[in-house]
Design a protein around this ligand. Structure first.
Ligand SMILES: Cc1cc2nc3c(=O)[nH]c(=O)nc-3n(C[C@H](O)[C@H](O)[C@H](O)COP(=O)(O)OP(=O)(O)OC[C@H]3O[C@@H](n4cnc5c(N)ncnc54)[C@H](O)[C@@H]3O)c2cc1C
Length: 419
């Protein structure tokens, strides 16, 4: 019998397996992919803060540094979010974390899908289509956006209706008419319903992708032609040989409960993405760390103490995080501690989810006026006089001021706690 079974070796499951093996536990990990990391479901952008919060070292999967993000309005004017990050090889990141876990002692099985789990007294049994494959005292569910096992342990999984479709192409920089800068650009426009188009500069290549509920391919093809003067057919294969990549993203906040006795849900399976950027690698890795802490406590090799480098309850102050003033009892049951500490993270607060969604509900005129107000400044540097001047000229837009402040607040959470 293993101490822990981890289902899924994306960044969330990889970190959980790694941290538990480092603590000396016997860990078995599964991924249904033939090769962990392949195919890619990602725009391949990662904030530096993700590595700081999870104390994971930067590797050769990070291929270019960027200074920050620019949120571009339909008129091209932008609002800045100057939180630095990397363009990454996403398969390289997933593979490296999982390989580190194997080097630390994890027994990894690729090309093996767990279809069923059952609880028997003091342990979980895991089954593939061919029968029982393992027994483990603790279970980590890291299956990604469409989990099958979460409901089998008695928790509520991601609602499929809450998933946002994404699609990405790659172009050689020399094939497009687009400036190569050290920024990630996000184009918000109601024509990309509930989402945006991104352009991420890399090593002589641009990643150009979209999340949208009204036809991702149509929106992306339009953007390539209109904004980059390139035919979509000019796209090149990625390093794994695919001419496009995509997938689904949880967008509406987390599942109601993150753990039950001896079973922990992490990453996309728990609906843990940043609702404003839809990025999920950072919060996935962080939830993997927290699950590992809870499980170590349960198995007697650790205590329920957040790592000093991760977001810590005591750091969370102000109006979003009132509940964080209360301490997390060290004698809580491990799974309850895990559930509570995740619910105290800024990015799981319903208020943040609601504020984040606001920007995707604005019409073109309002977005353009926000662009006019900011004209490239960082989101925190709101020019009040300019905003008042524009509101006086357009009194029907007065409600926009309140929305703008809420959007500003959600960008602050994203800048401070990662995207
Ligand atoms: C188009 C697109 C672009 C994105 N861009 C970004 C971005 O730029 N930056 C960012 O931070 N986030 C981005 N995201 C989100 C990010 O990819 C996810 O949030 C992240 O992958 C979540 O990590 P995870 O480990 O929870 O899940 P995943 O990475 O999905 O890993 C889950 C793993 O579990 C395996 N698995 C599933 N079920 C089973 C089973 N039953 N048995 C065994 N194995 C199983 C899967 O094969 C998979 O390898 C993007 C997502 C999409 C779709």
């Amino acid at each position: 019998m293993y101490d822990v079974a981890v289902i899924g070796q994306g960044p969330a499951g990889g970190i959980a397996a790694l941290r538990l093996a480092e603590a000396g536990h016997s860990v078995i990990a599964f991924d249904r992919k033939k090769r962990v990391g392949d195919p890619i479901h990602c725009g391949e952008g990662l904030g530096k803060i993700a590595l700081e919060h999870t104390n994971y070292p930067v590797g050769d999967w990070a291929i270019r540094e960027v200074k920050g993000n620019r949120i571009r309005m339909p008129n091209g004017k932008s609002v800045g979010l100057m939180s630095p990050g990397y363009s990454i090889h996403r398969w390289g990141l997933d593979r490296t974390i999982s390989d580190d876990a194997v080097a630390a002692g994890v027994e990894r099985h690729e090309n093996l899908k767990i279809s069923r789990v059952t609880k028997e007294n003091d342990h979980w049994s895991l089954f593939s289509k061919d029968g029982k494959v393992a027994k483990a005292k603790q279970l980590v569910i890291a299956e990604g956006r469409v989990p099958n096992i979460v409901t089998q342990v008695g928790l509520k999984g991601n609602d499929k209706l809450r998933l946002l479709p994404g699609l990405q192409y790659k172009f050689k920089t020399s094939d497009v008419d687009f400036p190569d800068t050290d920024y990630f650009d996000f184009y918000i426009d109601p024509m990309f319903a509930e989402g945006y188009v991104w352009v991420f500069p890399r090593d002589g290549i641009f990643n150009v992708g979209i999340v949208s509920t009204n036809g991702a391919k149509k929106g992306l093809d339009y953007f390539c032609r209109e904004h980059m003067s390139v035919e979509p057919d000019k796209r090149i294969k990625n390093e794994l040989g695919d001419k496009q990549n995509g997938g689904l993203i949880p967008r509406d906040g987390p599942i109601p409960q993150f753990a039950t006795k001896d079973a922990y849900v992490i990453g996309d399976s728990a609906g843990l993405t940043n609702p404003i950027t839809k990025g999920g690698v950072h919060v996935g890795m962080l939830s993997g760390e927290y699950a590992a802490i809870a499980i170590r406590n349960e198995l007697g090799t650790g205590t329920l103490t957040p790592p000093s480098h991760a977001i810590n309850c005591h750091e969370l102050r102000g109006r979003y995080w009132d509940s964080c003033g209360k301490s997390l009892h060290p004698d809580l049951e491990s799974h309850i501690w895990y559930d509570r500490i995740l619910k105290r993270q800024p990015w799981t607060q319903q208020k943040f989810v609601d504020q984040s969604k606001l920007i995707y509900s604005l019409d073109k005129r309002t977005l353009n006026l926000i662009g006019d107000i900011y004209e490239g400044r960082n989101y925190s540097n709101l020019p009040w006089h300019k905003m008042l001047g524009i509101l006086i000229k357009n009194p029907d837009l007065l409600p926009m001021a309140g929305k703008l402040l809420k959007i500003k607040a959600s960008l602050k959470v994203t800048e401070t706690y990662g995207w």
